[in-house]
Write a protein of this length. Structure first.
Ligand code: M6R
Length: 366
């Protein structure tokens, strides 16, 4: 059932090219330059009349929501707030009938997310679900939605759910961008073409596996790790750190790269590995100067870079290359090496990768 892989997590990491394709299949029509999502189409007025979108989720799904915040604001010019479902529901939040709430959940059973949905509905908001499990509680409770079609995710550490959530949220944002006229038709076409190429670029990114395994061997005994990214890749840094924490039990933190100088830089010494997402588009020069700051303090640098990168390679202790893509699609690729790095470290430390201690696949208690 693990399809020849040692763990479900590894199988699911490798399933991502297909899972992403399954998620956009029949929805992304590149030749016609159309995105078809009935849940969005049927409720277009609600989306277009919304003053803002509020995203509620937990854990990895919350990280997908953060990526979506950048995507929706950048492409569709709709203000977005991203909330931990558990905080949102107890905060007496201001919600009106004009709000659109997007709830993201792989399992569709997360208690806090479900409660946040019920609260939003009771205030008259329109609630749209992004779930993986068909017929789940959240899928049933929401007014409309779109499934991710990632297939069953068994490993407790979420992998393909994350990348397929970003895929579907990108489709929604692009559809709304077209409807709102915030994007030229040539940019829109370009987006569709590039999104269609993502599965093969994920396959390409997976080829770094052996190289990542060697990096894992070097750092597996670290007590702490820091993950840095900016813009679209700041949430990816958070997700990379969560992945390491939950399966290897190594303490890790994700930060926006520029925030480092406001505190975390004090932690950096020769024993601190710092994983820096430094792809070509998106604040590249700024990230390079952040890398210089780490190097000056003798931190160990693992750079996630665009193929052919020169500047980061000169400074970093290791680089892991990913193919080039549009900036807003880069999280779909930068995530891959971080998943593999956590996986290999956890395996080397002899941890229970698929069922880490203290964790369950779906958190049905608040
Ligand atoms: O099923 P959900 O997407 O609602 O689950 C949310 C979180 O519990 C989940 O993403 C959790 O953080 C994962 N174990 C992360 O890998």
């Amino acid at each position: 059932e693990k399809g020849g892989y040692d763990h479900f997590m590894l199988k699911e990491i490798y399933e991502q090219p297909l899972a992403i394709k399954d998620t956009y299949r029949g929805r992304l029509l590149v030749n016609e330059a159309i995105i078809k999502l009935s849940g969005v189409e049927d409720n277009m007025k609600r989306f277009l009349n919304a003053d803002r979108i509020i995203i509620v989720a937990c854990g990895t799904s919350w990280h997908a929501g953060l990526v979506a915040e950048y995507i929706f604001e950048d492409l569709a010019r709709i203000p977005v707030e991203v909330e931990y479902a558990s905080e949102f529901r107890y905060r007496n939040p201001v919600i009106t009938e004009k709000d659109v709430v997007i709830a993201i959940s792989q399992s569709g059973e997360t208690a806090d997310t479900l409660a946040a949905i019920k609260l939003a509905k009771s205030k008259g908001a329109f609630v749209f679900g992004v779930c993986n499990v068909v017929g789940s509680s959240i899928a049933r409770e929401t007014d409309a939605g779109a499934y991710t079609h990632a297939g069953p995710e068994i490993g407790v550490a979420s992998t393909k759910a994350f990348t397929t959530q970003i895929t579907i949220l990108t489709l929604i944002a692009l559809r709304l961008a077209r409807a709102k006229g915030t994007m030229s038709s040539s940019d829109y076409r370009r987006q569709l073409q590039e999104l269609e190429l993502i599965p093969e670029k994920v396959t390409e990114a997976l080829k770094a596996d052996k190289h990542i395994q060697a990096i894992a061997e070097t750092y597996k005994d670290s007590r702490n790790m820091l993950y840095l990214g900016r813009g679209y890749n700041f949430p990816v840094a958070l997700e990379g750190a969560l992945k390491l924490k939950e399966i290897s039990y190594i303490h890790a933190e994700g930060y926006p790269a520029a925030e480092m100088k406001h505190g975390p830089i004090a932690l950096i010494d020769e024993n601190m590995p710092v994983i820096v997402i430094a792809t070509k588009k998106g604040h590249y020069e700024k990230v390079v100067s952040n890398i210089q700051e780490i190097k000056a303090r003798k931190g160990k640098i693992i750079g996630i870079v665009t193929q052919g990168d020169v500047s980061v390679r000169e400074l970093a202790d290791h680089v892991i290359e990913i193919p080039e893509t549009l900036e807003n699609l880069s999280p779909l690729l930068t995530t891959i090496p971080l998943q593999l790095l956590s996986y290999h470290i956890a395996v080397m430390l002899g941890k229970n990768v698929d069922q880490p201690r203290n964790l369950a696949k779906s958190v049905t208690v608040e």
